[in-house]
Ligand binder design. Sequence first.
Ligand code: SAM
Length: 409
Amino acid sequence: MIVTIDRLGHLGHGIARTEDSGPIYVPGTLPGEVVEGTPEGDRLLDPRIVTPSVNRVKPPCRHARACGGCQLQHASDAFVAGWKQEVVANALAGQGLDATFLPLVTSPARSRRRATLSARRTKSGVLIGFHARASDTIAEIPDCQLLHPGILAAFPGLQALVLAGGSRSTELSLQVTLTRGGPDVVVTGGKPLDGALRMDLARLVEAHGFSRLTWEGETVALRDRPALTMGTATVVPPPGAFLQATAEGEAALLAAVRRALGSQKRVVDLFSGIGTFSLPLAQSMEVHAVEGDAAMTRALDLAARNTPNLHRLGAETRDLFRRPLEPDELSGFTGAVIDPPRAGAEAQTASLARSAVPVIAAVSCNPVTFARDARALVAAGYRLDWVQVVDQFRWSTHIELVARLCRPD
Ligand SMILES: C[S@@+](CC[C@H](N)C(=O)[O-])C[C@H]1O[C@@H](n2cnc3c(N)ncnc32)[C@H](O)[C@@H]1O
């Protein structure tokens, strides 16, 4: 069967329209490409590109074919940027909105400072990497172009951890975050802890320079503080706490939030995490940070207390899905930052829509829920000034953005 790829789906698969059998999905292809293969259900097996797209490039990573970590290495940066922006524009159009886009910012190769890897003990040693495409197999990635070299340098230590505490029957998940004290590692799927394993793991943390090791929810070794710099502050996050995936992505999001807020003097940071935005913003304005996870709020609060010359920074633990800040609680703020999880912030947005907060910097990792929430704000009189896509998950289909909404004077 020969098909022509019409568009990319949200998982990055090429989608071809056929007259008789509905859409056909072909991973690794781009719009406009003519592809030949064997149809099976809604897939095209063993696809061969007959006519390549002008946007097709040689994948920069030698593992791209085997590894499922990246979905769009075969597409040029310009194509991916245009596609991501189009996904956001389409989501907004679906809600009757259009937007001016500021230039997209992409994180460089080899900049992922936080990644969750899969690992397994094998007969001959240990396998660590990302899953192969649509498969249980783990692809090894010694020359990965996505991960920060600091994470790749941690692989021998990670292998030693898996050898000590992994079984051949269970896959382990290793979340690794680069911190000033060394890699901070959170392991799940390992053997249950006993005295001997605790001692082994603590010895390996010392030997390989990890900052902290958390095993099945228990911190078993703390060699050095897993500290992160946010503005002028130092934050020690709780194990596994949310962190923007690249330092460059974080800087681009913060720059866009600052641009959106301008010279506001008193802002509320909703879904504040460990203070990614609150701490730098508090260098020039008063901030009230609200976050659902108490350990993250404590980390933010401690960082604020230990940082000189910040404006007042209050931190509150609160479930913003169940108990959003009400309009009267929002009344003293001249700006808001809102950065919810993928589900968006329906309840908090409804309350913002009834408030008089003049400016909102909306950060989102899901264009669909962002567009839904933006529509509610626009319906309540806010104006959508601009949107900027920040691509910190390069070569993936993941999309992040910042938008400015304001109440016209
Ligand atoms: C996308 S992260 C953003 C965190 C922070 N703004 C940053 O950039 O690091 C979303 C945050 O929302 C928090 N969260 C999730 N559900 C929540 C809820 N129902 N109420 C309050 N916070 C919640 C998470 O713990 C997480 O810190």
